[in-house]
Design a binder for this molecule. Sequence first.
Ligand code: RP5
Length: 161
Amino acid sequence: MQPEVGVIMGSQSDWPTMQLTCDILEELHISYEKKIVSAHRTPDMMFTYAEQARDRGLKVIVAGAGGAAHLPGMVAAKTTLPVIGVPIQSKALNGLDSLLSIVQMPGGVPVATVAIGASGAKNAGLLAAQILSAFSPDIAERLIRYRQEMESSVLESSDQL
Ligand code: RP5
């Protein structure tokens, strides 16, 4: 199936976090691809990936990076597809470095930045799905069901207190 979402990350070490994005996309039956693309270690591949993304049929890119996290911003600079940036929880500064590197884009080149770490990665998958849902009643329906299940599980755990 032609992937609709591109999930990229700066390093293999980002995978445990970015896997949470992929888990949500799988749960919602959204086709995606995953790839390590580094702004610093494979800059040429990063530009090629971003330049070709729309023509390859991708509709949203989720980019996770940590530390001096240039990947989401540089990808956003080379495509007009929506880019969601996931700040990885770095060891040295706990992800604050990643967050500030990703969120503080200059006006003109947006990156939709989510929370640091696991919550952000999960929400990136959901946000990608919500963007696609504007054009897909099926995905919209699955998102409604996801919310309903979340609500039920909170009500259930409250009953068990
Ligand atoms: C970034 O540098 C990656 O996104 C990763 O979060 C961070 C550290 O990478 P490794 O040294 O673990 O490969 O490019």
